[in-house]
Design a binder for this molecule. Structure first.
Ligand code: AHG
Ligand code: MN
Ligand code: MN
Length: 355
């Protein structure tokens, strides 16, 4: 038995020493997210046993099929946080608009943004899925939160994290003082510290990309992936390829083992040079964690954390993982993808501004 058994609650409480002015609301908010994660984990592990599989018969705002567990996870996180007086507004990947705190409840200083169930196409095939969360401080002046509180660049995050529902359930989070991982012991229902101060290894092992999209890739991305495969570059050993199709799971593996995950912008459609992933719900929180672990994240041009969001469900290209691999991706794009970069920048300027 280890000399100290550190539960997530105790760890969050002890981390408060870095925030001497904290009122406890922030700590409580992280507790509530951990509790939501336990409830969602209970349902995901029962998913094969009870009749919970299949589509709920509705589409989300991205036009993608929504699975029943998405709806459940979204409700759990919302209901766990709507009445606590700690939040001023929320936003979920599964909902078209910002989520106000119901009028009958008090509001607080924090903003919660979440992807309730990431990798949902993997639910009914028993493959790892996750939850991603991001916490900002309120910046608007009125009593209740607004869209302005949601549309903040990732560099202003107060905390971010994810939960992975895999062989074990783990919660990984950062409040800006390192990245820490906790594994759920289902017999006692506690998240126990298992990965303290995670640093992404400098020597990478893996690259993760949906290679099936290769025909849509830009010349720079094609060349870059060949470079990862050791086809270009004197004497470079190829990296192994691993792709689960759940961002949380692919990111988690690369965070622990070293490597890069990419979902590039591509040439598939003139209307969308930005790829698939969402800036607020997916890219920014994982970029915050990755930088805290000594890695990097970019859209191929600038750091993800520097990007000012313009709309709630904005998509962004994502290159995330070991620092040198992200730097090299940027170099390939700068050298070979001038036409795509122009289109991407023009498209970003067309995004509706904050109203
Ligand atoms: P979500 O289930 O929240 O919509 O996210 C799915 C995302 C992400 O988790 C994953 O990396 C990516 O979609 C996979 O996309 P492809 O199937 O296009 O590779
Ligand atoms: Mn997702
Ligand atoms: Mn999702």
């Amino acid at each position: 038995m280890p000399s100290t058994l550190m539960t997530i609650e105790r760890h969050i409480l002890e981390s408060q020493r870095y925030a001497p002015h904290a009122t406890g609301a922030f700590t409580q908010l992280l507790y509530d997210i951990a509790l939501s994660a336990k409830l969602i984990a209970r349902e995901t592990t029962r998913a094969g046993l009870v009749d919970i599989l299949g589509e709920a018969g509705s589409n989300n705002v991205h036009g993608e099929d929504q699975q029943k567990l998405d709806v459940y996870a979204d409700e759990v996180i919302f209901r766990m946080n709507d009445h606590t007086g700690r939040l001023c507004v929320m936003a979920s990947e599964e909902r078209p608009d910002i989520i106000p705190i119901p009028e009958q409840f008090d509001t607080g200083r924090y903003v919660l943004i979440y992807d309730p169930l990431d990798g949902s196409s993997n639910i009914d095939v028993n493959v790892s899925i996750g939850t991603i969360f991001a916490i900002f401080r309120k910046i608007s002046s009125g009593p209740r939160g607004t869209l302005e509180d949601i549309l903040q660049p990732g560099k202003q995050l107060a905390a971010a994290g994810y939960v992975i529902y895999g062989a074990s359930t783990m919660m990984v989070y950062s409040t800006g003082h390192g990245v820490h991982g906790f594994t759920l012991d289902p017999s006692v229902g506690e998240f126990l510290l298992s990965h303290e101060n995670i640093q992404i290894p400098e020597t990478p092992m893996y690259y993760s990309v949906n290679q099936g999209n290769e025909k849509y890739w830009t010349p720079g991305v094609r060349r870059y992936v060949k470079w990862l495969q050791g086809i270009y570059g004197e004497g470079r050993k190829p990296l192994s390829q691993r792709y689960i199709g759940s961002l949380v799971a692919d990111f988690h593996r690369n965070l622990l083992k070293g490597g890069i995950y990419l979902y590039p912008g591509d040439l598939r459609s003139a209307d969308n040079p930005n790829g698939k992933l969402r800036l607020l719900y997916e890219a920014a929180p994982l970029a915050f964690l990755c930088e805290q672990a000594g890695g990097k994240a970019s859209d191929g041009i600038v750091p993800i954390l520097e990007i000012q969001p313009h709309s709630l469900h904005q998509r962004v290209p994502l290159f995330i993982g070991s620092a040198n691999l992200v730097d090299t991706a940027n170099e390939f794009i700068r050298s070979y993808d001038r036409a795509w970069v122009e289109r991407y920048i023009e498209h970003s300027q067309q995004e509706p501004a904050i109203t």
